[in-house]
Design a protein around this ligand. Structure first.
Ligand SMILES: Cc1cc2nc3c(=O)[nH]c(=O)nc-3n(C[C@H](O)[C@H](O)[C@H](O)COP(=O)(O)OP(=O)(O)OC[C@H]3O[C@@H](n4cnc5c(N)ncnc54)[C@H](O)[C@@H]3O)c2cc1C
Length: 424
């Protein structure tokens, strides 16, 4: 590692961190040294965890991709450590190596910092979650849910939905609305796939399940037309629906109590919490009042132009979707290449223009595909349901693992084209 070259430090090595490392190498070439810090040495392919568990596979053995090999191919140094804090003035990050307990803390310096640390899923702030709640956002929770369904579930009512999301406002562009839930593809996906699982296991079906949302409309970022079609299909199947719950107050043995005063009886409570920024980000001048990292549309912090953010950690990423973080990593790579003088502003300065792209499992080899920008003021609102989106969801993961995250540039447009033109 040569200190002659600019030192790029990436915090976080899941979708946004790995993607940023690859895009920086693509656009900036060998003119930078890149170091990536994560507390774990694998990438967790979170979007397919529900599909895996409902199809009888353990996501901890199928959804973890080695991170070190793909990073080494990009000449990116990996450091396994817990990130503890950022000293913006001294341009350094405090870390604690975590391969073995008992380590002391160290500082890692940087010229350019990319924050891709995702968010903290705050189950611990939902009263009663430990005793009465379930979820699917990691392999532990997903396996715990399937154990419950197979061994303890008595066929009673099931509630699936989200707690209230707290979004910041500092530096927010006027076209970015306030979201009341962080990411509502997962509750829709889990409801559909679980209904199929209940049917095939002789334990019920859609009528057992009520989907709830803190917002006036579930998955509102998908656009009114798409959600209208989804709700019509779901109500025809027999799902219950409850909107405007505002927030979850507590989970009990009997069900869920909501902030609007209503409650829902449920034997099984599958919930998605508030996506909160990591505690050490709170109060930093680069963050908004919630703790998400503020950037302009080129993913750069306005007060600290040497700091970038992408993925769930960025304030602009709403809803919290991997596909949106992916769009941002390319911008980060181009901006760093511009700073180094190896890319012209005309090629580098295409601003972030989010599109929601989401493929959710429905069980039985089918999935729904959503492609929309209507929530941000655009015209795009596409919904397709069927076997083709399912094949794309599975194939995308397969290509991702085989290429170490370097899914060819044509794969996403091809998936969009196939879903929107061929299926339907
Ligand atoms: C059930 C479910 C289904 C989903 N389905 C989809 C989908 O179909 N499509 C889609 O686009 N999105 C989906 N999402 C959202 C998607 O998973 C996230 O948007 C995506 O994972 C965000 O990527 P990220 O790299 O920004 O953050 P993360 O994936 O959260 O990664 C953050 C990384 O930072 C590391 N880290 C965090 N804190 C520290 C620390 N202090 N020290 C060291 N390392 C740290 C973590 O170990 C992790 O590797 C889904 C989410 C869930 C829960």
């Amino acid at each position: 590692m040569s200190k002659q070259r600019k030192q790029v430090l990436i915090l976080g090595g899941n979708f946004a961190g790995l993607g940023a490392a690859q895009k920086i190498r693509d656009h900036a070439g060998d003119g930078v040294d890149i170091t990536l810090v994560d507390r774990k040495a694998y990438l967790d392919y979170i979007p397919n965890i529900p599909l895996e568990v409902f199809e009888g596979r353990d996501p901890s053995s199928t959804m973890h991709m080695d991170l070190i090999g793909p990073l080494a191919r990009e000449k990116v140094a990996f450091r396994q450590a817990e990130v503890l804090g950022i000293d913006l003035d001294a341009r350094r990050v405090r870390v604690r190596p975590n391969e073995r307990p008992g380590s002391t803390d160290y500082w890692i310096g940087y010229d350019i910092l990319v924050i891709a640390l995702g968010a903290r899923l705050a189950y611990d702030e939902i009263e009663g979650f430990a005793e009465h709640g379930h979820s699917v956002s990691d392999a532990f929770l997903a396996n715990r849910l399937i154990d419950y369904l197979e061994n303890e579930y008595r066929g009673g009512p099931i509630a699936v939905g989200s707690a209230r999301f707290t979004q910041g406002s500092k530096g927010r562009p006027p076209w970015l609305p306030t979201a009341l839930a962080a990411c509502e593809g997962p509750p829709v996906e889990v409801s559909l796939a679980l209904a199929h699982w209940l049917q095939t296991h002789g334990k019920g079906g859609p009528k057992n399940i009520t989907i709830f949302t803190p917002a006036p409309m579930i998955a509102e970022d998908a656009g009114e037309k798409v959600v209208g079609q989804l709700l019509t299909a779901a109500s025809a199947m027999g799902f219950g629906y409850m909107n405007d719950t505002r927030d979850i107050v507590r989970l009990t043995a009997k069900g869920i109590e909501f902030a609007d005063g209503r409650s829902l009886e449920a034997e099984l409570k599958i919930v998605f919490p508030n996506w909160k920024p990591h505690a050490f980000l709170h109060g930093l001048p680069i963050c908004d009042e919630a703790g998400f990292v503020v950037t302009d549309l080129l993913m750069r912090n306005p007060d600290h132009p040497e700091v970038f953010a992408c993925g769930d950690a960025a304030a602009l990423t709403v809803p919290k979707l991997g596909a949106i973080g992916h769009q941002q990593t390319d911008i980060v790579g181009r901006q760093i290449a511009r700073d180094l003088g190896v890319m012209k502003p005309a090629q580098a300065d295409t601003p972030f223009a989010p599109e929601v792209v989401c493929i959710g499992d429905m069980g039985g080899g089918k999935a729904f595909y959503i492609h929309a920008d209507a929530w941000y003021g655009g015209k795009l609102q596409e919904l397709r349901m069927g076997r083709l989106p399912y094949l794309q969801k599975v194939a995308y993961k397969e290509v991702f693992f085989r290429t170490g995250g370097r899914v060819p540039g044509w794969a996403l447009p091809t998936a969009e084209w196939m879903s929107e033109q061929v299926s339907g």
